[in-house]
Design a protein around this ligand. Sequence first.
Ligand code: SF4
Length: 354
Amino acid sequence: MSFFQVPVPEVSLALVAWYKENARDLPWRKDVTPYRVWVSEIMLQQTRVEAVKPYFARFLQALPDVQSLAAADDDFLHKLWEGLGYYSRVRNMKKCAVRLVEDFGGVMPSDPAVLKTLPGIGSYTAGAVASIAFGVPAPAVDGNVLRVLSRLYNSHADIAQNAVKKQAEETVLQMIPQTDVSAFTQSLFELGATVCLPGGDVKCENCPVAAWCLAKQNGTAAVLPYHSAKPARKREEHTVFLLRENGRFILRKRPEKGLLAGLWEFPNAGGHLNEKQAIDFARNLGFEPLRVRALPAAVHIFTHKEWHMIGYLLDGTTENPACVTADAKELQSVYALPSAFAVYRDIALGEQTI
Ligand code: SF4
């Protein structure tokens, strides 16, 4: 079954010409190297361009090459990534860097099939690195590209289906021109990010391929692409504890596997605990509370679940000499806490009224 047709060559030429005139000035588009392209593409997954810019600059300054990334300490990496979310991305980057150093002399391969064998590099990232950094014809199909293709061909196929994504890759591969491979790949990203925007924000009047676009002709751009409904997110309740002794807060490390693996967190328990249960919880951790105060509720949305949190600030003393504690300065500069705890971290930092 054919979801997309292969566009005429004029479409690719129009996209490249438009990109060369209209490309945004982005940090990773200067001094293009495989490492810089790779870092930017991993950061840009699930994160907006404007949010990525300061992270990209800081990451490249701290870890300028594959070798420095391979040798980086995990806590330092988490701190560099703090706020970007999806921390498994940066842990996989380190694993990949170690493989590159051990098996590839610290050099990224240009073959997308080889890139795909490395930790954390899937079909999209392999295509992006191979085509943007090396000029190798390889498709890089993300949500933006699926939207553009669905509209160009007025396709109502479900872009959540692997078969549709696979066919989109084949279509893009056939669209790649002989020259300007890098510009072509980026032109599709750029069109999706600045012109062929989701829903009714689409700007067909500025589009270089409007003359060939079937969604424009059919008036269906705003309702494409079609994406089958995602399953509802699971709701979970948690109680978060700021256990404070002499201005220092108790932290603990999350398990090495699972959600937010290996990151620091404030102690927390499943369910919404009442004050008595909260005191019992603290005592079980070896913390003797002298004063308890309820904190504001907070919600954090993950891809597949929602955390509905309440919190307590407990002042007291700890009898556990092995526990890790941090003052406000260390919470800012040393320990990476996932953004799920941002509300409680801000309270701990004294940035919100308790
Ligand atoms: Fe997207 Fe409109 Fe361009 Fe078609 S004409 S590709 S819908 S921006």
